[in-house]
Design a protein around this ligand. Structure first.
Ligand code: IPE
Ligand code: IPE
Ligand code: MG
Length: 234
């Protein structure tokens, strides 16, 4: 897809919803929906980084609430994330990108934690792109974590900057644009602080069917938005 857009978000978020319904429509298991959804992540993330030059991509892949799903589905997702974070697969796919995990990923099995730590270490000096991967993530828990750490550090003068610097996204720019697929109009606890002034977009497409052309359409929509940040235009 040619990049003929003038205004590209610096930080884009994806709530990758609709894997289950995509699979159901095709008579497949929910796990097969997740398989297709995770494969599609690569396509879209690469397109964001390498075609559009978007600096930061945040993905909501597993919420703290998703533990309430059947064990079989959760087990499948854990296996898929473990493989996703394996060896040098990440560095090969996304050269120049730093992996930053949002959420307490130590709650996952050891092999996933090991793979995640290795990839975090291997990519820590990359500055060209950032991939924030939300697994076992909750926006409210993130704020609670930030406040607890601020208290522990004995900081008494609290302002926006102090809070922002204690989030998983410390030092990063806020979200400019959030895309939630599958037609649901809610954030489901996604990056509640960082989303403050983001433009929101809710295409009906299920995540596994959200392809390069859909990303282009989304960015075109973003391009047409008038971001006023509370001010007025003369
Ligand atoms: C999103 O797809 C992926 C995760 C939450 C892990 P869903 O699994 O929520 O798909 P639907 O909403 O049931 O279709
Ligand atoms: C939101 O999707 C979380 C992720 C995409 C990981 P859900 O499918 O879990 O959200 P709800 O339950 O419809 O709000
Ligand atoms: Mg869903």
């Amino acid at each position: 897809m040619k990049n003929d857009l003038l205004k590209i978000p610096n930080h884009i978020g994806f709530i990758i919803d609709g894997n289950g319904r995509w699979a159901k429509e095709r008579g497949l298991t929910r796990s097969m929906g997740h398989k297709a959804g995770i494969a599609n992540l690569d396509t879209i993330i690469k397109e964001c980084f390498f075609t559009y030059g978007i600096h930061s991509v945040s993905i909501y892949a597993f919420s703290t609430e998703n533990w309430n799903r059947p064990k079989k589905e959760v087990d499948y997702l854990i296996k898929a994330f473990r493989n996703y974070l394996k060896g040098d697969a990440f560095t090969k796919k996304f050269p120049g990108a730093k992996l930053n995990i949002m959420g307490d990923y130590t709650k996952f099995p050891d092999d996933l934690v090991k793979n995640a730590n290795k990839t975090i270490e291997a990519t820590k000096n990359n500055t060209k792109f950032i991939l924030n991967l939300g697994i076992n993530y909750s926006g409210q828990d993130e704020l609670v974590m930030a406040v607890n750490n601020i208290v522990k550090e004995g900081v008494t003068e609290i302002n926006r900057e102090v809070i922002a610097n204690h989030l998983y996204t410390a030092g990063q720019e806020p979200l400019d644009f959030v895309v939630r697929t599958s037609g649901e109009h809610r954030l489901s606890n996604f990056m509640l602080w960082q989303v403050a002034y983001a433009e929101l977009y809710f295409p009906k497409t299920y995540w596994p069917a959200f392809k390069k052309k859909d990303l282009y359409e989304a960015l075109k929509e973003y391009q047409g938005r008038d971001r006023r940040f509370g001010a007025i235009k003369e």
